[in-house]
Design a protein around this ligand. Structure first.
Ligand code: MG
Length: 376
């Protein structure tokens, strides 16, 4: 395979505001009406275009604005004129140039992989080793502050074949969380998998007593009960509670994953491209977890079609990310889809794209409609 035959000629970033269809409430904060993000377009002298997406959440990873300025001021100068096929070299230059900005780095790596996949006619999942799975079981989040609306929603999607539900807890009080879980266990079929996600919503000194009350619901896992850096409390909870404990906010990077293994502070881990800084690092997190017998889950932020597609390729090619995924935000949560053909969900399963690169086509008019600032 020859290299040096492609050259990056342009990079455009749109700071966007996604309008939302659904209100969401989490232990770490709520969102309604709109969510900031950014879309990256990298052009080459061969006419091949790569797309990437920044999907941050200010209370979780960082802000769209900081990532846009990180891309424009620090990453773009390293990319213009460079060979997009040299992805690992470019990403390590970017890592040396600026710390943090995991979402911006994920977007750039996504766009470079999109270019390489299109250049060689190969989907990203194939570049990562091939499709271990072509469809991914979809986990539906129950996170509407109006619980009755979620009850109706859960009934509707359950009837359509969806079987994995993740209940967001820790924002309305313990008694209310127990009532919500009782109600869902009653109305959903016995075969339904229920998981809960506290998004850091519990205090360490009361967490174990409260989580003991959840053991009766046969939950698949309990996600991120306490604050992200309370690793000791996570370890105590994981050692005490029978239901598996999932780390989400507590594990961003491969080195966090190593700490998770050494301190045994989780039994399962949520893997997100926006936390790790891209697909390669997400696979490193998964590999470290796998070596310790810790299974992965394909998480998302409030992600549009590009980031969801990148996540699907990652899960498709990474056997250890076996606990399903939640790649429905681009079609169900965001009110604008920038893909010409929305990502498909069939029979409760997300369908992994099969075309070259990300395997999706961007509707540039839709990007313009949600753009609030363009940096060319
Ligand atoms: Mg989570």
């Amino acid at each position: 395979m020859s290299t040096g035959e492609l050259c990056i000629t342009g990079l455009v970033v749109d700071l966007v505001r996604w309008p939302l269809k659904m209100k969401r409430q989490h232990g770490v904060g709520g969102v309604q009406h709109e969510m900031p993000g950014a879309i990256v377009k990298i052009t080459t002298d061969a006419g091949i275009t790569g797309w990437g997406e920044v999907a941050p959440w200010s209370v979780f990873t960082g802000t769209a604005e900081q990532n846009v300025s990180g891309i424009v001021s620090y990453m773009k100068p390293l990319l213009i004129g460079a060979d997009p096929l040299k992805i690992t070299a470019l990403m390590s230059e970017i890592d040396h140039a600026l710390t943090g900005h995991s979402e911006g780095k994920a977007a750039i790596e996504m766009a470079l992989l999109d270019i390489v996949g299109k250049r060689y006619g190969m989907p990203i999942a194939q570049m990562l080793g091939g499709y271990h799975r072509e469809r991914v079981p979809l986990s539906v989040s129950i996170a509407n502050p109006d619980f009755e609306a979620d009850v109706a929603f859960a009934k509707q999607v359950s009837a359509q074949g969806y079987n994995i539900f993740k209940v967001k807890t820790g924002f309305a009080g313990h008694a209310q969380d127990l009532r919500r879980l009782e109600r869902l266990r009653e109305l959903l079929p016995e075969t339904a998998e229920i998981r809960v996600d506290y998004n850091q919503g519990l205090d360490p000194w009361t967490a174990i007593r409260q989580l003991r009350d959840l053991e009766a619901f046969s939950l698949t896992f309990i996600e991120q009960p306490v604050k992200r850096h309370q690793w000791d409390a996570m370890a105590a909870i994981a050692a005490t509670i029978d239901t598996p404990i999932m780390a989400d906010e507590s594990v961003f990077s491969p080195s966090d994953a190593l700490a998770m293994v050494r301190q045994r502070f989780a039994d399962v881990v949520a893997i997100k491209l926006m936390k790790s800084g891209g697909i390669m690092r997400a696979r490193e997190v998964s590999a470290i977890a796998e070596a310790a017998g810790i299974a992965g889950y394909g998480g998302v932020m409030f992600e549009g079609g590009l980031a969801c597609a990148a996540g699907l390729h990652t899960v498709a090619a990474t056997p250890n990310i076996c606990l399903g995924a939640e790649f429905y935000s681009s079609t169900w949560v965001l009110a604008v889809d920038i893909l010409e053909d929305p990502l498909r969900i069939e029979d409760g399963l997300s369908v992994v794209p099969t075309g070259p690169g990300l395997g999706v086509t961007v509707n540039e008019d839709a990007v313009r409609r949600i753009s609030v600032a363009r940096h060319e």
